[in-house]
Design a protein around this ligand. Structure first.
Ligand code: NAD
Length: 320
């Protein structure tokens, strides 16, 4: 059951055939010898770091939150009490953090004393233009940055079946491919920042689909239609999406709202996508409408709300 929207179906259909793909949770050919620093052990980072531990990497994990550090300790990884301990001696550092502000603050922190020649993989959903600038900044320190954001949500983070979108020089991506293979299937999108660009665009689609699926089902319900019947029709018709196939049946209809992907993180991604469209001069009136509605929902709901709770905001507040 995937939680965040994924691009796997597109890949299966072959429309992404020009991009190079690699891996699917494959076994490493030899016991890994690298030490990996892993910063951000939250909903996604926790299970991803645990997979690297299981694959045999020496993983030094750090998170600001004590519960996240404790959960990682239970996987057999090494918990670093502060940032310095996570990056010390690591040839590869994975970042799985909420946003570009935090990514930049982390790599600029004095404790981020990474070795010359190390590679940083930013797997967070960050802002592509800022990623490019950060890569240039790190290059001055002799450190390589590649971006490898993911889709597939918490369940596929656990099983190592994430869709990974990579940006960077081919030789740099070759270097980190064995690590990414443990986490999912990577597609090389382009130069550094490209993974972050396509990730945000994917979530613009996801956020828009979910919102309009909620509108359609709420309208159908008021007309007297059964939501499950509507979903089964949509899923056999052209209205099908990750929202009709996954989010509604698994998180909204049962009323659990526990996809593990926060509403504010979704809003961040939509804003990254609309900013990107604006920066390149692409038309995005619907994107701006989506961003505005998600922003209103974020203001009305708890800070910790799951993104699937957007339906409750629509039910109660949207028409006010
Ligand atoms: P999360 O909030 O569960 O985890 C983020 C973690 O980062 C938290 O544990 C937090 O304590 C930690 N953190 C924050 N600032 C820190 C700092 N300065 N140093 C160390 N740790 C710090 O978020 P998540 O759902 O795991 O998402 C992480 C990233 O992955 C985000 O960019 C998100 O957009 C993206 N993403 C999430 C999903 C999903 O389904 N949850 C799917 C795909 C991509």
């Amino acid at each position: 059951m995937s939680t965040d929207d994924d691009v796997t179906a597109t890949q299966r259909s072959g429309t992404g055939s020009v991009a190079r793909r690699e891996g699917l949770g494959a076994e490493p050919t030899a016991e890994p010898t690298e030490t990996v620093g892993f910063i951000g052990l939250g909903n996604m980072g926790g299970p991803m770091a645990a997979r690297l531990v299981r694959a045999g990497y020496r993983v030094q994990g750090f998170d600001l939150a004590e519960p996240a550090r404790q959960a990682f300790a239970g996987t057999g990884g090494t918990v670093a009490p502060e940032l310095t301990g996570a990056v010390r001696g690591a040839s590869v550092i994975v970042l799985m953090l909420p946003n570009s502000d935090i990514v930049e603050a982390t790599v600029r922190d004095a404790g981020f004393a990474v070795e010359h020649g190390a590679t940083v993989i930013d797997m967070s959903s960050s802002e592509p233009m800022r990623t490019r600038a950060l890569a240039a900044e790190l290059a001055q320190r002799g450190v390589t940055l590649v971006d490898a954001p993911v889709s597939g949500g918490v369940s596929r983070a656990r099983t190592g079946e994430l869709t990974v979108m990579t940006g960077g020089e081919p030789a740099d991506l070759d270097r980190v491919a064995p690590i990414l293979t443990q986490l999912g299937t990577a597609t090389r999108v382009g130069a550094v920042g490209s993974g972050h660009a396509v990730k945000a665009l994917n979530n613009l689609l996801s956020a828009t689909h979910l919102l309009v699926t909620c509108e359609a089902i709420l309208a159908g319900e008021r007309f007297g239609l059964d939501p499950e019947t509507m979903l089964s029709i949509f899923n056999g018709s052209s209205g099908r999406s990750g929202s009709t196939e996954n989010k509604w049946p698994n998180f909204i209809l049962p009323g659990t709202y526990d996809s593990g992907f926060g509403l504010r993180l979704m809003l961040k991604d939509v804003r990254i996508a609309t900013a990107l469209a604006d920066q390149v001069g692409a038309p995005d009136p619907l994107g701006h409408a989506t961003a505005e509605l998600w922003a209103r929902a974020a203001e009305a709901l708890e800070a910790t709300a799951d993104h699937t709770e957007i339906v409750n905001w629509l039910r109660k507040d949207a028409s006010r």
